[in-house]
Structure formats: C-alpha cells, structure tokens
Design a binder for this molecule. Structure first.
Ligand code: 3HC
Length: 292
C-alpha cells in the first residue's frame, strides 16, 4: 500500500520542517498541535519558510500555493485516523510520546505506520507499548529539515521488512538520502555528534579557549559549517541537555554525561536561538558571545 496521507504530530522546529518537506513533495499532510496557539505558530512558521523559498526563487509561487493546499492543521489526534503514516515530532519525553502513540494506536487503521523523529530515545521503548511494533520505525530528520539531506531510518528487532522498505522509499520520495540504522540511542549521527558538542563544553569549562575562538577553530580549521557552540544554540541547549541525559542513561559512559555548565545554562533559560540567548546573544545582526 502506498503512502499518500501523512500525519505529523508536533509543529515545532522539526515537525514544521518535516510537514513542509512532505507537502512540497506531493504528500497530503495533516499536522496536529496541542492547542490553537500552537497550531497558529506552526502554521506561520511553515508559511514563512515557504514564502522565503519563493523570495529566493527556490520555489515557484504556484508550487508554494499547491504545497499550502496539501497542508491542513488540527488539534485533534482523532483527525489523524485516516493517515498512512504518522510521524511524531514532539518533545523528548517518553511518557508523553507513549501517551500519544497509545491514543493513535486506538484510532488509526491497521495499515498505518507509526514513526518517531526522536533524537535519542529508543524506538523500541515506543513501539513495544503499541499493538503494532512491526509497523513502527524511526525517521530521524536533521535541522534545518528543508536543507539537510539525511534521514536515519531506524528499525527495531520487531520492524517488518515491508514497513522498513516503505519508510525508506518515503524518505527518498522526500528528496532525502536515507541511511539504515539500528535502534540504539543516538542511532548513527547523534552517537558521534553529541559527545563532540559535550566535549566542546567541557573544554570551555577547562578554560582552553573562548566560545568564539573554539567556534572559529572548528569552522576554519576543519571546514565545519558551524562551530560547536553555534550548533548547540541552533539545536537548542535544552534539547541537547535532554538528549545527553537520555544517552547517558542508556550507556552510562562519561562521554554522554551532561557537563555542569550545560545544566547551568539550561537553568538560566538560555535555550539557544529559539529564546534569543544561549552561548550567544542572537538579538542583533551577528551573534555575540555571552558571559559564561
Ligand atoms: N530553512 C530553509 N532553508 C534554509 C534554512 C532553513 N531553516 N536555513 C538555511 N537555509 C538555506 C539558505 O536559504 C541557503 O540557501 P541558498 O544557498 O540556496 O541561498 C542555505 O541554506 C545556506 O544558508 P546560509 O547561507 O544562510 O547559511 P549557511 O551557509 O551557514 O548554511 C546551514 C546554513 C545549512 C544551516 C549550515 O550552517 C549547516 O549545514 N549547519 C550545520 C547544521 C547541522 O549540523 N545540523 C544538524 C544538527 S543535529 C540534528 O538536527 C539532530 C538532532 O537530533 C539534534
């Protein structure tokens, strides 16, 4: 059975990107958020991104309008009952995700595939709590979703070949490059990327160099598009903290442990670009390093 109707739950940074890319690729997409304000914020975020693509002549006005037509929004989980695929992109909280999948499980058709965009929880912990572990995969996208080409397609020991193949083909249909990953916390990319970001924070704690100099070092010295601290602000410091707690819990290895400084910055509400402050102040034209 082909995937035509897609549901996306959560319309934050990742969910809005996933919904936008799926609608642009011709899928009929229904997005669910928890209340009208969240729906409005998500709708605006997607619209802004599509308008920007038109301004930059990456998308024609006709294609934007057709994409917009393929998108709809709801606050009701039951409105996703007819979807062929539902992708969850809510916060990294297993209880919340399981409650959501429990609700979806009772409402969606037998054929519906469930997918999670989790960065660090295991797919197994979600799939095992539903009646359809064979129709459950991980679809892990990267920020910013419209730009980053990779999708990690994650299978558990219970995922059927058919489900995996359909999820893999769906990722290709989005114009992405899928890779197959086993269901271990962090999959492939975060397994390597998260310790790198945490290590940068540890080096800062040790006073090796300043935020700006470490970032300049890694961009100009290694050709990375962003230094580790700009990347932390970009991913979200609160998100990085949650991911590192989950990965540390899974592996009990020091390399995944959140450094104390990370916890302090989260406690101060400096979550990165989305709140205007993280390692940098993002309120001006150029980011300015903040006192640490
Ligand atoms: N939506 C759509 N397009 C965007 C965009 C967005 N949010 N942000 C940037 N772009 C586009 C720009 O329009 C531009 O397109 P153009 O070249 O056709 O004009 C292109 O991307 C480059 O953007 P800029 O010139 O503004 O800036 P950069 O050259 O610095 O590129 C970047 C921006 C693509 C974000 C680049 O800095 C980058 O690749 N950074 C690393 C991102 C990364 O590592 N992401 C992974 C994070 S980890 C993750 O997501 C996993 C999670 O589980 C933690």
């Amino acid at each position: 059975m082909n995937i035509e109707k897609v549901g996306v739950v959560g319309c934050g940074l990742m969910g809005s990107g996933i919904a936008e890319v799926a609608a642009k690729s011709g899928f009929e997409v229904k997005v669910r958020e928890i209340n009208d304000d969240a729906v409005e914020a998500g709708r605006k975020r997607i619209r802004r991104s599509l308008d920007k693509a038109v301004e930059k002549e990456k998308l024609s006005a006709e294609d934007r309008d057709a994409t917009w037509e393929r998108l709809s929004f709801t606050t009701e989980v039951s409105d996703l009952a007819d979807r062929d695929l539902v992708i969850e992109a809510v916060v990294e909280d297993l209880e919340l995700k399981n409650a959501l999948f429990g609700e979806l499980d009772g409402r969606c058709g037998e054929h519906t595939i469930f997918a999670s965009n989790t960065s660090s929880l295991t797919i197994t912990d979600m799939a095992a709590a539903t009646s359809r572990p064979d129709r459950f995969v991980g679809l892990h996208f990267f920020n910013p979703v419209p730009v980053m080409k990779l999708v990690e397609v994650v299978r558990t020991i219970a995922t059927s070949d058919e489900t995996f193949d359909r999820a893999f083909a769906f990722s290709k249909a989005l114009g992405k490059v899928p890779i197959a990953a086993k269901d271990n916390s962090g999959f492939v990319v975060n397994l390597l990327l998260v310790p790198y970001m945490l290590d940068a924070i540890r080096q800062l704690e040790r006073g090796v160099a300043s935020v700006a100099d470490i970032d300049t070092g890694m961009t100009l010295g290694c050709g990375y598009p962003m230094g580790p601290f700009v990347l932390c602000d970009f991913v979200g410091i609160d998100t990085l903290y949650k991911i590192s707690e989950i990965m540390f819990d899974e592996y009990r290895e020091e390399r995944y442990a959140p450094p104390p400084l990370l916890r302090r910055i989260v406690a101060m509400g400096r979550y990165g670009r989305k709140t205007g402050k993280g390692f940098y102040d993002w309120s001006g034209e150029q980011p300015v390093p903040l006192p640490i």
